[in-house]
Design a binder for this molecule. Structure first.
Ligand SMILES: *[C@@H]1O[C@H](CO)[C@@H](O)[C@H](O)[C@H]1NC(C)=O
Ligand SMILES: *[C@@H]1O[C@H](CO)[C@@H](O)[C@H](O)[C@H]1NC(C)=O
Ligand SMILES: *[C@@H]1O[C@H](CO)[C@@H](O)[C@H](O)[C@H]1NC(C)=O
Ligand SMILES: *[C@@H]1O[C@H](CO)[C@@H](O)[C@H](O)[C@H]1NC(C)=O
Length: 395
């Protein structure tokens, strides 16, 4: 979906890439924290199946007790919570005295490492989807936070795939429900049955794209150091045309349009930190969820399913087993997390304590992490949910 359009402007990109050069590496999470006045601790988490993930902890002098764990969306990273500086969620929480932790899911730039699989040469590294992020990465991250803080529960905030993985965790390892005080799901993603075009069109042809990827042996997509992403980094900040192609053409057509909140002046920073990679299998699994109209395990076809599950169809995740408290915060103009699909999720989760349409007409998928004025139209609801002031809103 990125590749096609980026080739449209290939010649332009080439000129830009070489005049700008492939610019300096963007600041990492620790450096971003330092830039905005916070010391950050970097912790290495190793999952049961050998993936090595970076977890960041903002060292906060005015710490309140229950830790808050932030989990990013697909092809995104922990940076998403901090790049807007003192108007971003991580630092606003820290300023209010919360103990803030930001995790990373396997495959992105902070989690492209394994104890023995080499992501550059061993395709097995990329044999994962959001299933493994929920089943292996999250428990390892949560247990690390609980161990380091001595707490019994975390508060969690997940954006997009960052909340999907909690539904996988809560249904496949139900004992983890008790380790989560509340999940605040921003732009909830579980069902994808009502996604509009152009993404729905891409989803329809995804089985063909999957075959093509297998033929070409493509297993990683939108990697931080991939040629496509480096082209985007060089091209997207170009005045006017870069904004038109990258933001209006690519991001907004998939996420919903809100030009006020992702302004041209922010594009360079935005694109320096997103996208940063995942597996092809991750995207294909989401496409399967959409096409099969079921939140189920990965579909390997009848033969593969028999081998993997001893069933002809992949088993559905049991959403009734997710007993953790969940707050669903969604946007009217979000083309990925549609109002209809969030309603289905709400009807299936047993413990929804808040179901809230953010009262901003243009609220789209990226405004939840990248919006210019999130502190006005989003954060008050998050703080109220964390401190329990107005819970039980349309449960
Ligand atoms: C963020 O920092 C800027 C510049 O240092 C300052 O003017 C602004 O008031 C700060 N905003 C918040 C929400 O702290
Ligand atoms: C697979 O399922 C069948 C039918 O339910 C069962 O008889 C068999 O023992 C299962 N095989 C394994 C390896 O679990
Ligand atoms: C799903 O989970 C619920 C609650 O734990 C349980 O009662 C039910 O039997 C489970 N359903 C299946 C199909 O496993
Ligand atoms: C909850 O958070 C909001 C937003 O920061 C704040 O205005 C309110 O006073 C807090 N309430 C409690 C009980 O801490």
């Amino acid at each position: 979906m990125w590749t096609g359009t980026s080739f449209v402007s290939l010649s332009f990109i080439l000129i830009n890439c070489c005049t700008f050069g492939f610019s300096d590496r963007p600041l990492n999470f620790v450096q971003l924290g330092n830039k905005f006045g916070y010391a950050v601790e970097e912790i290495i988490v190793i999952t049961e199946d050998g993936y090595i993930l970076k977890l960041f902890h903002i060292l906060n002098k005015k710490k309140v007790n229950t830790p808050v764990l932030l989990m990013h969306g697909v092809t995104d990273s922990s940076d998403t919570w901090i790049v807007r500086g003192n108007t971003s969620l991580a630092l606003t929480l820290a300023a209010k005295g919360y103990d803030v932790w930001a995790g990373n899911s396997r495959g992105n730039k902070y989690a492209r490492k394994h104890i023995y699989l080499d992501p550059n040469t061993n395709d097995d590294f990329w044999d994962f989807s959001f299933h493994e992020s929920g089943f292996y990465d999250l428990p390892a991250i949560i247990d690390t936070v609980l161990h380091m803080t001595g707490e019994k529960k975390i508060n969690a905030i997940g954006h997009s795939q960052g909340n999907t993985i909690f539904y996988v965790l809560g249904s496949t390892r139900p004992e983890y429900n008790d380790k989560i005080n509340i999940l605040i799901a921003l732009a909830p993603i579980c069902f994808l049955q009502n996604v509009p075009p152009p993404l729905s069109t891409i989803i329809k042809v995804s089985p063909g794209l999957d075959k093509l990827a297998k033929t070409l042996n493509v297993v990683e997509i939108l990697g931080d150091k991939s040629l496509v992403v480096r082209f985007l980094r060089a091209f997207c900040p170009t005045p006017i045309v870069g904004y038109k192609v990258c933001i209006l053409g690519l991001i907004f057509s998939i996420a919903g349009s809100d030009a006020e909140e992702l302004e041209p002046g922010y594009v360079r920073t935005f694109i320096d930190h997103f996208p940063v990679g995942t597996s092809v299998k991750d995207l294909i699994h989401f496409a399967q969820v959409s096409l099969r109209r079921k939140f189920a395990n990965y579909d390997y076809g009848i033969e593969g399913n028999m081998q993997t599950y001893n069933l002809t169809e992949p088993p559905e995740y049991n959403l009734s087993a997710i007993t953790m408290r969940v707050a669903l915060l969604y946007g009217a103009n979000d083309k990925l997390s549609t109002v209809e699909d969030v309603a289905i999720l709400r009807s299936k989760l047993p413990n929804v304590i808040k179901y809230l349409l953010i009262p901003r007409k243009l609220m789209n998928h990226v405004d939840f992490v990248s919006g210019r004025h999130m502190e006005d139209y989003l954060f008050p609801y998050i703080f109220d949910t964390l401190n329990g002031t107005d819970n039980n809103v349309n449960p």
